[in-house]
Write a protein that binds this ligand. Structure first.
Ligand SMILES: Nc1ncnc2c1ncn2[C@@H]1O[C@H](COP(=O)(O)OP(=O)(O)OP(=O)(O)O)[C@@H](O)[C@H]1O
Ligand SMILES: [Mg+2]
Length: 290
């Protein structure tokens, strides 16, 4: 069942000026309820513009955006409560921290929703627990934290609103490999625990191969495809042609297959690679343990 849909969505920046630019071009897609959808595409392909339409930050130049089948701009006015139902975590969200304490920053969203103190407190603690933020850190100033910790506090603040759809724009940008893994682990856990629909914009095919269930691929403002992850990587030549990289392990397997040293070529995670190699060795009569 779909939760979020676009119908012929088009966004033109600077219309009628010499800088006119069609950032999203006639995109129709339907995002299923639950699970994780990755939105991937080269720089300037329209990813951020697309997701800003999902919570009404941008109004379509033409076309429609529907949440649970309802036009979010019906009658020309934004759907009441939309921003609480569809949460958006911007790139580098830590730049938006501003309260005196981590607690107050995480509580900001729930307070805006006019939730009472007990409910706000419960939500702050629930989000903090997911992120390993203890009482000491809740009382600290967000400005005393490391970059990775600040990022987690900023994300916890949006999660505390418990939106039905939670969108992240490049949530791991600028973090080291350990920080990236930590952020994706938490997003995966949050998605599994809550059943909330998660959408992640990313440049990284490697990251999306590990975390996403489905991928939306954007190319120059248009929708290239929207399908399960394994189907996307079977089109690796086309992806490379549009400046996107397929995971390293997929490239290795494609080369191994050409040389008769592997049978599967639709391998896109290290775990799949290990299973595929073991299966191949067993078939050849070798002992995989050697
Ligand atoms: N506020 C704006 N005014 C004018 N043009 C814009 C604006 N925002 C984006 N654009 C242009 O629209 C196109 C799509 O931009 P967008 O930021 O949506 O792409 P993106 O896929 O998110 O890119 P990136 O991966 O670099 O974040 C680009 O050509 C960009 O220059
Ligand atoms: Mg962007």
């Amino acid at each position: 069942m779909s939760i979020l849909q676009t119908e012929n969505l088009t966004c033109v920046y600077g219309k009628g000026t010499p800088f006119e630019r069609t950032a999203v071009d006639n995109v129709s897609l339907s995002i299923e309820k639950g699970g994780i959808t990755g939105i991937i595409g080269h720089t300037g392909s329209g990813k951020s513009t697309l997701i800003q339409h999902f919570n009404g930050l941008l109004k379509p130049c033409s076309g429609r955006v529907l949440l649970d089948g309802k036009d979010i701009w019906e009658g020309g006015k934004i759907m009441p409560g939309l921003r609480f139902r569809v949460g958006l975590v911007f790139q580098y969200p830590e730049y938006q921290l501003f309260e005196e304490t981590v607690y107050k920053d995480i509580a900001f969203g729930p307070k805006n929703m006019k939730l009472d103190q007990a409910e706000t407190d419960a939500r702050v603690h629930e989000a903090a627990e997911l992120f390993g933020i203890d009482e000491k850190m809740l009382a600290a100033s967000p400005f005393e934290l490391s970059g990775g910790q600040k990022r987690r506090v900023a994300i916890a603040g949006v999660m505390a609103m418990r939106p039905e759809v939670l969108i992240f724009d490049e949530p791991a940008a600028g973090l080291d490999p350990k920080g990236r893994r930590a952020v994706f682990d938490i997003i995966g856990k949050y998605s599994r625990n809550t059943g909330c629909t998660v959408i992640i914009v990313s440049h990284s095919m490697e990251d999306m191969a590990c975390i996403a269930d489905r991928l939306v691929v954007m190319n120059r403002g248009s929708l290239f495809c929207h399908c399960p992850v394994n189907e996307v990587f079977s089109r690796s030549d086309e992806l490379t042609g549009m400046g996107l990289d397929v995971p390293q392990v997929t490239k290795v397997f494609s080369e191994l297959k050409k040389r008769g040293l592997a049978e599967d070529d639709n391998v896109y995670t290290v775990e799949q690679a290990v299973n595929s190699i073991m299966k191949f060795l067993r078939k050849k009569g070798g002992d995989p343990a050697c």
